[in-house]
Ligand binder design. Structure first.
Ligand code: ZN
Length: 276
């Protein structure tokens, strides 16, 4: 083959001038990250895929989106891939290294009825977990979020993200959000713009609100006293969505705040700094 034709073909295969970068470069299980795709051609549909995420993209020029490394993602190398919709081989891809990260352990002594669930409680908790998983699955909506994600309430973070918990010596699920202590009745703000997609009482979460921020991003507010918004309501960043309470499985008045990005559990504190 004429070497010149070879070079031209290589350039074409590398994606019609479309490029992709991701930040930050140091990732670990629980890290959210920002992907910037440049050189998009208007009228063409694209998909960005990473782990469980498949985010559709449209537009021209440069587009930013948020993705996350799930708390349960293994350490090692992975790849973010960009496809033209409906095609099997990626236009371009970016390698990411997921470094090992040891989250702290927390040992709590709790009354037995806090640790052991009755069969009825267990049945309820499993049913609710499935219901929430259904909400998180395969969201392909356009982004509603803008700019930075904010802390929903000022206060001391009593349990950070990722902590491996032991109740009365028994291992329990890792903590997939942050707990913020606060006085009952303290307003809780929406972390970003979005649509309320769940409002109800959960066995573990107590009075709970979930907000869909589009592009597969959700925020969760648990243990609320009262709600300030209704399901399906559009909310603005900073708007009061509820008030701190002590509902559900909790040992004192506090807010459990969690974030999912394309069904990956990520550290909210890293999301605040990433988008600031
Ligand atoms: Zn919590």
């Amino acid at each position: 083959m004429n070497p010149f034709i070879g070079i031209v073909m290589l350039v074409m295969l590398q994606g019609h001038g479309v490029s992709m970068t991701e930040a930050p470069s140091r990732l670990h299980p629980g890290s959210p990250f920002m992907v910037t795709v440049s050189g998009l051609v208007s009228g063409t549909s694209y998909d960005v895929r990473f782990d469980k995420a498949d985010v559709p993209l449209k537009g021209s020029g440069s587009v930013r989106l948020l993705l996350g490394v799930d708390l349960a993602h293994p350490d090692g190398n992975d790849r973010i891939r960009l496809y033209e919709s409906g095609t099997a081989s990626p236009i371009t891809s970016v390698a990411v290294t997921i470094r090992r990260h040891v989250y702290p352990s927390q040992y709590l002594k709790l009354p037995e009825n806090f640790v052991e669930l009755t069969p009825a409680e267990l049945k309820r908790a499993i049913k609710e977990e499935k219901e929430l998983d259904g909400i998180f699955a395969n969201d392909k909506t356009n982004p509603l979020w803008r700019g930075d994600f904010i802390l929903p309430v000022r206060g001391i973070i009593t349990t950070p993200f990722g902590v491996r918990r032991f109740f009365n010596g028994e291992p329990r699920a890792s903590h997939t959000g942050i707990d913020i202590a606060g006085k009952p009745g303290t307003p809780v703000a929406a972390t970003n713009d979005g649509i309320v997609c769940f409002e109800g009482n959960l066995f573990f979460g107590g009075n709970s609100i979930l907000i869909n921020h589009g592009q597969g991003i959700y925020s969760m507010y648990f243990h609320l006293g009262k709600y300030a918004v209704k399901n399906r309501e559009y909310v603005k960043k900073g708007q009061t969505v509820g008030y701190i309470g002590e509902t559900g499985r909790v040992t004192g008045p506090s807010l459990h705040f969690g974030v999912r990005i394309a069904d990956s559990k990520v550290d909210p504190e890293l999301l605040f700094s990433l988008t600031r």
